[in-house]
Ligand binder design. Structure first.
Ligand code: ADP
Length: 279
């Protein structure tokens, strides 16, 4: 980005420090994404957030000093000491999705260690939300654990499930018993492709147990970003259309950046009002 465009614009950062991945997004005041990054959160959340933001800034051709405001969200948002403000991930996912859909929505976010179902009315106001953070069943961690037990990279699950020819459903609920069931079924001669599709069916079932779907149904989070088959299964099972949000894994960071734009605008209005009253 050249110096003249930098001077003409204002830029904002959103950082989503999740239990599993840390995301950073840089936007301009219209909400256009100029740079983004996703990386594992690791043990040092602040370091991951710093690195993610640095990479997103580099893509955008900007430096930290060019950002008017940074908002942090996610499980580890309080570790992001360089952010000026924090917002909950429920607010940020909602804000990010509403930017694209402007409609009554059910937003389903499947993350590394939690699932969220948030409902918005047509004006973007939150009318209800449910969050499962107590149990790994149906989360990204469940899929990662099953991939590990099956000795398959997590990135190959989607491709395998698409080769399934049987409607295998797993009977177990919790992660530990599902692992035992999966290995027993493989030993019993069932195809791994069918078992993996069965794992995605389990994820969809856990979501559908949480809440009735209404309005436009939109999915976000790392699980659907890498496994869009989950949205197809939710759609089949619920009998409703299910859309995958744009840049689903970065949606929380994007929503945080939109809050940064709004917060900055409010501050500017306040400053203008003060300067007018001082005149
Ligand atoms: P967080 O809750 O930390 O925000 P995400 O929304 O990024 O997490 O989701 C993380 C989950 O996304 C992982 O647990 C995994 O199931 C899935 N995932 C992330 N990266 C990949 C990948 N490269 N291939 C397949 N699945 C992935």
């Amino acid at each position: 980005m050249d110096e003249e465009s930098k001077l003409n614009g204002r830029y904002y950062g959103g950082v989503d420090c999740g239990t599993t991945t840390t995301k950073a997004v840089i936007i301009d005041s219209s909400g256009t994404i100029l740079g983004s990054d996703v990386r594992r959160s690791g043990a040092n959340l602040l370091e991951s957030a710093e690195e993610a933001l640095a990479e997103a800034l580099e893509q955008a051709g900007l430096e930290r000093k060019d950002l008017s405001l940074i908002v942090a969200t996610g499980f580890g948002r309080r570790s992001v000491s360089f952010a000026q403000e924090t917002k909950t991930e429920i607010s940020c996912h909602s804000r990010g999705c509403y930017h694209y859909y402007r409609d009554a929505l059910t937003i389903i976010d499947i993350g590394g260690q939690d699932n969220k179902v948030v409902k918005l009315d047509a004006s973007g106001r939150k009318t209800s939300f449910k969050m499962n953070r107590k149990c790994a069943a149906g989360t990204g961690a469940f899929l990662e654990e099953m991939a590990y037990k099956l000795n398959i990279p997590v990135s190959e699950l989607e491709g395998l499930a698409r080769k399934s020819t049987a409607g295998t459903e797993l009977g177990s609920f919790c992660t530990v018993f599902t692992a035992t069931e999966v290995l027993d079924r493989i030993r019993g001669g069932e195809r791994v492709e069918d078992i993996v599709r069965g794992l995605f069916i389990s994820v969809a079932k856990r979501i559908l147990e949480m809440e009735m779907l209404s309005g436009r149904v939109v999915m976000s989070g790392g699980v659907v970003a890498h496994n869009p088959i989950v949205a197809e299964i939710v759609s089949e099972r619920a009998g409703v259309e299910v859309e995958i949000a744009p840049h689903p894994q970065e949606m929380g960071a994007f929503g945080a950046a939109l809050f940064a734009v709004e917060s900055r605008s409010t501050e500017e209005i306040r400053e203008d009002t003060l300067s007018v009253s001082r005149r």
